[in-house]
Design a binder for this molecule. Sequence first.
Ligand SMILES: [Zn+2]
Length: 275
Amino acid sequence: MGFTVVCRGARGSSPVSGLQFHRYGGATTCFEVALTDEHRLLIDAGTGALSIGAVSAPIRFSILLTHVHWDHTQALPFFAPLYDSRNRFDFYGHRPNGIGIEDALNTVMQPPYFPVSFRSAPSDKRFHHLDGRPLKIDGYSITYASLFHPQGVTGYRLEKEGAVLVVATDVEHGDAASDDALRDLAAGADVLIYDAQYHPEEWATTKKGWGHSTWEAAAELAKAAGAKRLLLTSHDPSRTDQEIDAICDLASQRFPNTQAVAEGMVVEVGEVSRR
Ligand SMILES: [Zn+2]
């Protein structure tokens, strides 16, 4: 039996708005798996998380942070459930530059940059630093790998009853250890969501070291890992819908079962039973 992931934001680096972006959307990274009616799992809390809207308390959120760059945490100041003391938040992630997740979020969300501090938000907030051991969250087995990106990034693999989702955004290919770890993490995935912000020529000329990958590396990874379906994400903030279509076409020529993530897209991972 599989599960469903809701793609709430797929824009890399910065939120954007405009008619030229309306099909793929302008919100930054957030992928949601509803574990139960009372427990939702998010991979990242970019502005896409704001489309969750009002939820009735008490509710629990488990948030797997790939890293704490702004575009992956930017929903938090305006995320209403954070301000309800009946709600519980479990944050998971690595320690970027040796700094704990709690300290990092306290730093980016406090006056004078935002009128309310993260630490004063009244929900029950708990923090879990990844130590290499797999996570078990509400029937899902979660493994992960440290990958190549400025300040580091974590790629996640979620498994439930044989259905496998792998999310690897904000990763740059070309680092042997990272490439090997990601190929292992993505082995046999039903759905692989991977950073394809650049064309190979852009990456090779001006974007190397910026922490993002290409549609070509995405297709090669999907093939090497034996993934069943590839979804391209982390769309460049300047990339129009038509330009994303073109990237998707190019990747599809190498790996046919490819789409680009569009905001609001609901993706089935494995065989989802209908009751
Ligand atoms: Zn980043």
